[in-house]
Ligand binder design. Structure first.
Ligand code: BGC
Length: 871
């Protein structure tokens, strides 16, 4: 057994980390069953292998996010870190050396100027910047630090450098502008060199937002900041930085995130980023000092190209257009390989669905999603992929292709934050497997640097409510600790800079309408709490605490003395199936009931967090507030016999799951009523964004697990599986984004790639397969499989911070066999259906029990609507 996967903060191989004392985590490769750590030692090595410092033996069992035990790193300082651990049965020996290198930690480390085009570029045009320089001799190490006002593509030696997409990514730029650190040692050579960058408007100043949106949100000029630091083998060093010596010219590219990219290859400057290019006709740049205080190193991985998908078909539409089908709704762009005459213009249009055999672009609203490439006519294949845009699409219409379009001429390139996949699920029901796969694809499509609502229309915004409901699922499927830590910093920065410290509805905030909205604003408390449960990062709670309390305090003010929050417009149980196409907030559940329920939930979370952070007074005060809101909820929305106002699936699910019912008689009645409602609707889903993550859990808590399965396995519209029967390959925004007759829902909110309703996947992981955290960061696992629905097997695997965990079961011959993998340095408790809890130690376990399936389908009361009736 040994130590593997040493991490720093939430990074796997950090180059340019932003923390001088990054917390260290490691895993122990599976070895002796029951292994538990008793002590560890961390040391750093000099480049010659001698020991720079050591922590000495630390008697502690934690192996995740432990404090950096050495002297803080200085800017640019590199350490090679080794870890060893002692355990209950055997020691690990020293790990391999894992490098960590600090970025530029202080604003004073930046000496580069921000450079901007020396003329007024027309909207959406992409300037090219360049600079030639000389490398004096052999290079020991070279680092390039870069960022932009806009999005940049870096070029070195005449070709694009690195594999980042849309760097520096999207943050709340006035508060936090990320820079990237590149190891360019091998890209330099003695003698003449050149560096270049293309900078598009991106999110910084391109059009963003629905209803026509706004331009120039953070600034009205694109700009570039580069600092290339070269250390020679002779010990001398030199810095090439953006300054007045750079030159600039229009690149011939026009680009917009929403509308797409146009590139006329005839306007390219061949060799523009190579040494020896004559830039004497290029413009001067404007150079000026940049306030470096908002510059930050990334918390998570960058956006990259993470996959490629080939066409499954090419056909001619009824109107005679060429349409390529990739068989999967995805997010990214096309790479094409045309060969043709100079001036040939190829147009690529994108859409998620077809209607009447043609691209259906109406759901994109004010968003062209169209790329154009004009051939130079070299006689060779001119491979092209737009660099400064992305689209959400399954279908592409290709116009103007020279000759016949063949499947090998076009590839869909999938782009998103390059997070490590950590979660898997499968079972004996193929429709559920596809449901899960769709959830994974919608997460991929909507974690493009910022967790967004949708990836295709004129939004693609970090809507807080969407993330709030999806966070548990996200944290299981991918290691999104870094991406979400970054987003939460922006959330807090934007929130605390509004007068009433109200969380913005979207982060980064482009709307500037501070409006307190339950379930959306509650992302401030709930998302950090979910990340704490899943990744065990207490520092994140400490960092976000001010925003959490500010939110709950503000809601308390809005609610007033009766603590019922009923005086504002609410989005409520957004997009429940009864909401008309044109009124997505007009749901069955009263918005003030949703708001008061969330008020209680957030107050309770803040109280718990205050306790963890050692703030006893706050813990008591927010705990009392949560109790009082709970009473207020009971007074206002619950009848003495336990009927809850609105009488909807969501109202009962909220009251039960948030523990808002006054006593046992009301809980019992509310539970019975919820079950009855689900039966009565014939297992059609009745919830929107708010109720969907809660409903199956609420039924399971009531012992109505088979009713939850029946709901889960329903295929009529609206239901979880209805979209699958209509060919969905991602999670839809609304239950019926496509109507049963194949037409597209006429509403404005008709995305085919919204992760919110995919929140059900968390239930598949925790309850169907039975793998859940029982302590923060999965230090202790809860293995609680609840078979049902006629399934004969289910499995979940999750890479926890401590290593791979698994839970699965199969049923055969009247027996249930449960298989569990408990990672080293963790423990688990197995709660088998109908059996006594069993403690499990690290290692692999197989437990077989006699098993009598519960009746399925569940017995329905006689007065319910049969499932086949229309809703
Ligand atoms: C987004 C949603 C979002 C909602 C709230 C929509 O346009 O796509 O997912 O949460 O607005 O108003």
């Amino acid at each position: 057994m040994g130590i593997v996967d040493v991490r720093f903060e939430h990074h796997h191989h950090p180059l340019g980390i932003g923390e001088a004392a990054p917390r260290v985590s490691w895993q122990v490769s599976a070895g002796t069953p029951g292994w538990f750590q008793t002590a560890y030692e961390i040391r750093a090595l000099h480049p010659d292998g001698t020991v720079a410092w050591t922590s000495g033996r630390i008697d502690d069992d934690e192996s995740h996010l432990v404090a950096w035990p050495g002297p803080p790193l200085a800017s640019r300082q590199r350490a090679a870190v080794q870890v060893r651990a002692w355990g209950t049965a055997g020691d690990t020996g020293w790990s391999a050396a894992y490098p960590v290198e600090a970025g530029l930690l202080r604003p004073e480390d930046w000496t580069a100027d921000l450079i901007e085009p020396g003329w007024d570029p027309e909207p959406e045009s992409v300037p090219a910047f360049r600079r030639a320089f000389t490398v004096r001799g052999p290079v020991r190490r070279a680092r390039l630090y870069a960022t932009a006002h806009g999005v940049y593509e870096l070029w070195l030696g005449g070709v694009p450098f690195g594999d980042l997409v849309l760097a520096p990514g999207w943050t709340s730029y006035h508060h936090r502008l990320r820079y990237q650190t590149y190891d360019v040692t091998d890209a330099l050579h003695s003698g003449d060199n050149a560096i270049g960058a293309l900078v598009a408007e991106g999110w910084y100043r391109g059009r963003l937002g629905f209803g026509g949106g706004r331009r120039d949100i953070w600034g009205d000029r694109t700009g570039l900041l580069v600092q290339l630091e070269i250390e020679y083998t002779d010990g001398t060093s030199e810095t090439v930085r953006t300054d007045a010596a750079w030159r600039c010219a229009p690149s011939g590219i026009h680009a917009s995130i929403y509308d797409g990219q146009t590139q006329d290859a005839r306007a390219d400057h061949p060799g523009w980023a190579a040494a020896g290019f004559d830039d004497s006709t290029w413009h001067l740049v404007r150079a000026g000092a940049l306030d470096a205080s908002p510059l930050v190193a990334p918390d998570g991985p960058p956006v990259r190209r993470t996959g490629e998908v080939q066409p499954v078909g090419i056909h001619t539409s009824p109107s005679g257009r060429t349409i390529v089908d990739f068989g999967q709704n995805l997010v990214g762009r096309l790479r094409i390989r045309p060969r043709g005459a100079a001036g040939t213009e190829i147009v690529l249009r994108h859409a998620e669905v077809l209607e009447d055999g043609e691209l259906c672009v109406r759901p994109l609203r004010i968003c062209k999603a169209e790329d154009r490439f004009i051939l130079r006519g070299t006689g060779d294949v001119e491979e092209w992929e737009p660099a400064f845009t992305f689209h959400g699409f399954r279908y592409a219409e290709v116009q103007g292709w020279p000759g016949e379009l063949r499947p090998e001429d076009v590839t869909a390139v999938v782009c998103h934050s390059d997070m490590r996949r950590t979660g898997w699920f499968s079972c004996s029901e193929p429709l559920l497997d596809r449901l899960h796969e769709n959830v994974v694809w919608s997460m991929r499509g909507n974690f493009l640097d910022v967790p967004t609502d949708c990836p295709q229309r004129d939004e693609r915004l970090g809507w807080t409510g969407d993330l709030q409901v999806f966070a548990p699922t996200a944290a299981y499927l991918y290691d999104c600790a870094g991406v979400l830590a970054s987003w939460l910093r922006d959330l807090q920065a934007d929130q605390l800079s509004t007068p009433d410290r109200i969380p913005p509805l979207v982060v980064p905030d482009i709307l500037g309408w501070p409006h307190a909205m339950a379930a959306w604003g509650d992302a401030v408390t709930i998302a950090p709490w979910v990340l704490y449960e899943r990744y065990g990062d207490l520092e994140l709670l400490r960092r976000q605490y001010e925003g959490m309390t500010a939110w709950v305090d503000h809601v308390a003010k809005l609610a007033g003395p009766d603590l019922v929050w009923d005086r504002q417009l609410q989005l409520g149980d957004w997009l429940d199936p009864t909401a008309p196409p044109a009124a997505p907030a007009d749901s069955r559940t009263d918005g003030s009931l949703v708001a008061t329920a969330y008020f209680a939930r957030s107050a309770r979370i803040v109280s718990t967090v205050a306790g963890l952070l050692g703030r006893a007074d706050d813990a008591r005060r927010y705990g009392e507030l949560a109790d009082s809101v709970r009473e207020a909820f009971g007074r206002e929305f619950v009848t003495p016999s336990g009927r809850v106002a609105s009488d909807s699936q969501t109202a009962y699910a909220l009251a039960l799951r948030f523990d808002l019912l006054p006593g046992a008689p009301q809980r019992e009645r509310a539970g019975a009523r919820l079950t009855e409602l689900v039966h009565m609707r014939g297992y059609r889903i009745g919830t929107g964004f708010v109720g969907t993550p809660l409903l199956a859990d609420a039924l399971d808590d009531l012992g109505q697990t088979q009713v939850a399965y029946r709901l889960l396995l329903e295929t009529g519209c609206p239901s979880f599986l209805y979209p699958i029967t209509m060919g969905a390959t991602t999670t839809w925004e609304r239950w019926d984004s496509m109507l049963p007759d194949g037409s597209v829902n006429p509403g404005e909110m008709t995305s085919f790639n919204h992760y919110a309703l995919g929140a059900i996947a968390d239930w598949l992981h925790r309850t169907v397969a039975g793998l859940a955290p029982a302590a923060p960061g999965y230090r202790r696992l809860l293995i609680r499989p609840r078979p049902g629905g006629g399934l004969t097997r289910a499995e979940a695997r999750h890479e926890t911070p401590y290593g791979m965990a698994a839970a699965g079961w199969s049923i055969a011959d009247g027996e249930l066999t449960v298989r569990v993998v408990v990672p080293p340095n963790t423990t688990a408790v197995l709660e088998p259906p109908g059996g006594e809890p069993m403690p499990l130690a690290a290692g692999e376990h197989t437990v077989t029990l006699p098993y009598q399936p519960e009746p399925y389908p569940p017995v329905r009361p006689p007065h319910t609507i049969p499932p086949e009736a229309p809703s």
